[in-house]
Design a protein around this ligand. Structure first.
Ligand SMILES: [Fe+2]
Ligand SMILES: [Fe+2]
Length: 224
């Protein structure tokens, strides 16, 4: 397991099924994948696709902020209650979130000014790659093992299906088919039914931003 072997954390449980650990880590995969894509795009930035990159940054900011909010308000308090021995480790994860937040604000300013000066955006993305790597590695060591037994996806209001479908289209792009199938097996049927259209929209968005859709067959939370 992670921490002992330095191997990336497997998305699926040892028995080959998905769990809430898989759900959280598919977002971790998406954050790592997108930060690497931002770094590549900014490295060769010539002014092209500036608007698309700015919009994609806004999506990234919202996704990371939303992920942290769920952890801060639901996941971490629940784990603190059930596992008091994890308190110190969760304090550290909290501190990581607090360190990442100001960088997201700096990213907003940097991407707003992208066409005039690309250097601040490059710096923010480089810093985020470092912080996120430390944070996600620690979170996957401390929190993820506690979620392997959670097999029930929370009930969703009908009105939230399209937004969740957009989120899963984002977080599963580039994952192995076998992992995606296990994720879908846990999701409500109405959400699964909304996925094909959401995937089509997300692939078109990727082509606008990166020039290509994400491909890959990752089975861990680190893109492969
Ligand atoms: Fe997380
Ligand atoms: Fe986190």
């Amino acid at each position: 397991m992670k921490g002992e072997t330095d191997m990336p954390t497997p998305l699926l449980n040892d028995d080959g099924t998905a769990s809430m650990a898989t759900m959280f880590m598919s977002s971790h995969y998406g954050f790592r994948r997108d930060l690497a894509a931002f770094a590549r795009a900014l490295d060769g930035f010539t002014g092209e696709r500036g608007d698309a990159l700015r919009k994609e940054w806004a999506e990234f900011h919202a996704a990371l902020h939303g992920h942290h909010t769920v952890e801060d308000t639901t996941l971490f308090p629940d784990l603190r209650g059930r596992h008091p021995e994890l308190g110190t480790a969760i304090d550290e994860l909290d501190e990581h979130h607090r360190a990442i937040d100001p960088l997201l604000a700096r990213g907003d300013a940097a991407f707003a000014n992208l066409n005039a000066d690309v250097a601040p955006a490059r710096e923010v993305i480089g810093r985020l790659i470092d912080l996120i790597a430390t944070h996600l590695d620690a979170e996957e060591r401390v929190v993820i093992p506690q979620l392997r037994g959670a097999k029930q996806f929370p009930q969703l209001p009908e009105a939230a299906m399209a937004e969740y479908a957009k989120g899963f289209a984002w977080s599963t792009a580039g994952l192995a088919g076998a992992v995606v199938a296990q994720i879908e097996a846990m999701l409500p049927p109405a959400l699964v039914a909304a996925l094909p259209a959401a995937r089509e929209a997300f692939a078109a968005r990727c082509i606008r931003v990166w020039g290509q859709a994400h491909t890959g067959s990752s089975v861990t939370s680190v893109p492969a």
